[in-house]
Design a protein around this ligand. Structure first.
Ligand code: SF4
Length: 627
């Protein structure tokens, strides 16, 4: 008997409307843990090279981990993995909430979804079975209506539901998957993969949670967390202000992405800050399974931007993507943008970035009112931003082009519009300017799924003593703008730690190993061992993270990606134009040297960036040469 996990996955075929249960060996769980690791394992093994991401042959892996659902804060996250229609790379997206812990309670650790349904369908996964349900009456509906109708049809108010909106059905390349209407599996367009399969939703309700090997020890760690989390000022701020707590500090540093990364300071930053939200529109807080921090927001706004609280309030990334990035300083409008994206099933980061790209093209004359059918696109015009969101979701007018993402849109527009297309590997940049924290630049460039701010700790962590520095054995502090060997080394260690959290479905806000993280790496190891009965170590878990990263990298190499794709948009090599960091830029030569050094530290070929045969053998990944 296994503990902590189920030892079962469900393989679902949408074409045949059938499922079968598989029992992976324990060694698979030990080597890949779950989440990113399990997803990369199955995607690499099962997806034929060069498969179109929107073809029926693409597969979707929805994966929990060996500790998802353990009743401790932060054990809530669930990974969804497929080939991305936005980047053509390995695609991965995580979200918290309650979906992951509920899925784990159905008796399955993961679902592998294959094929394309003839008609719209949704899945109902409950204790050890998968049922196929007709989705024809909910196809085309916004997420809230669809979720309500599914719960009514199932007569189950407590089913947790991950679903797509019209954007996913319309194959917008950055359509997302929402659970509980506000926890977004946001990035990389995996909502479009669900849409291409005519899969509207996956509902889960589980009553067969796996047993834990040492429940008392787990309970003790949960109690420790509940008692100690308020001792950390950073965590308390996150609880009171949400992730929007980052708006003003980054603005003060001059690295708050403004006007499509032209500048780093926003004159109306106060208006869209976490404090302003708390004072004006905040009506409640929310959190993920078993978490006391409750960093999620609920807001209610008035005319002209009324919002429905069920869609949650905007997070930092969303605030910046529709606020400073588009020069909009109205929190009501930003909250409305958040609501629309959650209703239509759009990734807020890519949507805001695509709109900022369009505005800059329009302001520069590369797009005209002929292209936009009369819609004027101007910095700071909240109403046109909101109008564009609907047009993107429904692929109407210029929204059809913008729904392709900035890389494809700039290729179509031509006329040097690629200067305004801020992406890596086709995925729009997250709302952090690497010109002020260069480790983020390395993370953007080498992320296997394209630009991602969640790849590693951000550079200020390396600038002063912290729990992370102590545990990683880093004794020298490193300046946030440094790109030398000390920074690369710190990035390598932080990257593997953060990757481990994605393999285990653990929330980074709970486990950030600096002074805002509550639980530390040793406690994470204790949680794994107390749950599973294993005798694992931090070293072994970090190796699992490295294994998952190398698998994702190898997947991309097989798809034809090379070191030449580990790039940054040109704008990041240019100076920040305004704000306290005016003049800051990334030195291209230093950045290339840092990348080469990173490859060598990782055991990757310094020229091609491919994992070396020796590294693969060391990670017990020699088998991938047979695939
Ligand atoms: S800290 Fe926030 S995101 Fe993390 S588990 Fe708690 S509520 Fe969820």
């Amino acid at each position: 008997m296994v503990h902590g996990y189920n030892g079962k996955i469900a393989r679902v075929n949408l074409q045949e409307r059938s499922f079968k249960v598989e029992n992976p060996e324990e060694s698979v769980y030990k080597m890949y843990l779950g989440g990113r690791g399990l997803g990369a394992y199955y995607l690499f093994r099962e997806l034929a090279p060069k498969t179109d991401a929107l073809a029926p042959e693409n597969i979707i892996i929805i994966a929990t981990s060996v500790i998802t659902g353990v009743p401790i804060a932060g054990m809530s996250r669930c990974s969804i993995i497929a080939k991305s229609p936005l980047t053509g790379t390995y695609g991965e997206t995580e979200a918290g909430g309650f979906f992951g812990s509920e899925l784990k309670g159905t008796g399955f650790d993961a679902l592998i979804i294959e094929g394309r349904s003839v008609k719209p369908v949704y899945l109902f996964v409950q204790d050890n079975r998968v049922d196929f349900k007709d989705a024809s009456t909910i196809w085309g509906k916004n997420t809230k209506e669809a979720q309500t109708e599914i719960r009514e049809q199932l007569n189950d108010r407590h089913a947790r539901i991950a679903l797509i909106g019209p954007a996913g059905e319309n194959l917008v390349r950055y359509a997302c998957i929402l659970n509980e209407l506000k926890f977004a599996h946001g990035r990389g367009g995996l909502g479009a993969v669900m849409g291409s399969k005519r899969l509207k939703a996956v509902a889960v309700h589980g009553n067969v949670k796996p047993q834990l090997k040492d429940p008392e020890k787990v309970q003790n760690i949960a109690k420790w967390m509940a008692t100690h989390w308020k001792e950390l000022p950073g965590t308390v701020t996150r609880s009171t202000l949400g992730t929007a707590d980052a708006v003003l500090p980054l603005n003060a540093l001059g690295i708050l992405p403004t006007r499509n990364f032209q500048g780093g300071a926003f004159a109306k930053a106060e208006n869209v800050s976490g404090g302003k939200m708390a004072e004006t529109i905040l009506t409640g807080t929310d959190g993920c399974y078993a978490c006391q921090i409750r960093c999620k927001r609920e807001v209610t706004t008035d005319v002209p931007y009324e919002t429905e609280p069920e869609y949650g309030g905007p997070e930092y990334e969303t605030i910046v993507a529709f606020g400073p990035l588009c020069d909009v300083g109205d929190l009501g409008a930003v909250s409305k943008a958040n609501e629309l994206c959650n209703a239509y099933g759009l990734d807020t980061i890519s949507t805001g970035s695509s709109i900022a790209f369009a505005i800059e093209c329009y302001e520069s004359g590369l797009l005209t009112s002929k292209d936009t059918k009369g819609l004027k696109l101007r910095w700071g015009d909240a109403d046109s931003v909101l109008q564009l969101i609907g047009m993107i979701a429904h692929r109407q007018g210029i929204g059809d082009l913008l729904g392709e993402g900035v890389k494809r849109a700039s290729e179509k527009i031509g006329k040097s519009s690629n200067r305004f297309a801020l992406h890596t590997k086709g995925k729009e940049l997250a709302m952090h300017d690497p010109r002020g924290k260069t480790g983020v630049a390395i993370g953007y460039a080498i992320s296997p799924s394209g630009s991602d701010h969640m790849q590693a700790a951000h550079d200020p962590v390396f600038a002063k003593p912290s729990k992370f520095m102590e545990i990683a054995g880093i004794t020298k502090s490193v300046d946030p703008r440094d790109l030398g060997p000390d920074k690369v080394r710190a990035f390598v260690y932080a990257h593997l730690w953060w990757g481990l959290l994605d393999c285990l479905g653990a929330c980074k806000f709970v486990f950030i190993p600096h002074n805002a993280g509550v639980l530390d790496p040793h406690q994470l190891v204790e949680i794994v061992n107390a749950s599973t009965g294993w005798q694992t170590s931090l070293w072994s878990l970090m190796k699992a993270s490295e294994r998952a990263l190398n698998l994702a990298r190898a997947f991309n190499m097989r798809e034809g990606f090379t070191a030449a794709d580990d790039t940054l948009p040109e704008r990041l090599y240019e100076e920040i134009q305004f704000g306290p960091s005016k003049g800051a830029k990334i030195n291209k030569e230093q950045f290339q040297n840092a990348l080469h050094l990173y490859y060598e530290m990782m055991g990757w070929d310094p020229e091609t960036g491919a994992p070396s045969a020796t590294k693969l053998l060391e990670l017990d990944l020699g088998w991938i040469n047979e695939h």
